[in-house]
Design a protein around this ligand. Sequence first.
Ligand code: URA
Length: 254
Amino acid sequence: MAEERLQKILAACGLGSRRACEGLIFAGRVSVNGEVVVAPGTKAAAGVDRITVDGKEVRPQQHVYIMLNKPADCLCAARDHRGRKTVMDYVCDAPVRVFHVGRLDYDTEGLLLFTNDGAFSQRVTHPRHKVFKTYRAVVRGVPDEETLDRLRAGIELDDGPTAPAVLRLIGTTTAKVRRVKKKNRPPEEIDASDIEIKIREGRKRQVKRMLRAVGHPVISLRRTAIGSLELGSLPCGQWMQLTKSEAESALKNE
Ligand code: URA
């Protein structure tokens, strides 16, 4: 059996990303054949060497892929020190321990992947792979074609210019919003638009910052697809298991 880096084996055992597993090693929580290992780059043979974390033996797992329709008002984190709901509360009945692939904001809904396959997670999130993430945004006002063209070409944000995006105005609508400083007043009805936006990057709050920068702040945001993997009609708050080939459609733009 070929030897591999310990963090790679631990990630294959479902203990988190390779970086998170490096943290376990540096913290002195990992032993190989009874000896605590902290040296970076240590190798071991999965299935031959006895590897333990906090004294418990770990073994490589079958890879599992899960798609959740994330509700708004839940955090993409393992736990929250303020006691808010996290995405882990929705997948606690998954067959094995999984971790979320990338993040959505607290108030963003929609497609969120989970897996115990660290390599897959890296491929989906790394900008090098240029996978399109598709969002539906309800925004204030009605952007004209010139504004949509600016967004399509890429606009300047405080962390640099955005890459070209694909945008489509789906329709106009109305939305009820509350003024920040007048929370006790009834919500007011404003003109709004329903927009589809596809971006290849995954910068923090990117869609919201792009739309705010052109004067159309986001009222609500939902991710509907990653690559050619679509959320479809999965109800909000529910998860479903995907086959490996279904999950891999998240790596392809058709
Ligand atoms: N862009 C955002 O602004 N928020 C998200 O949650 C995802 C993409």
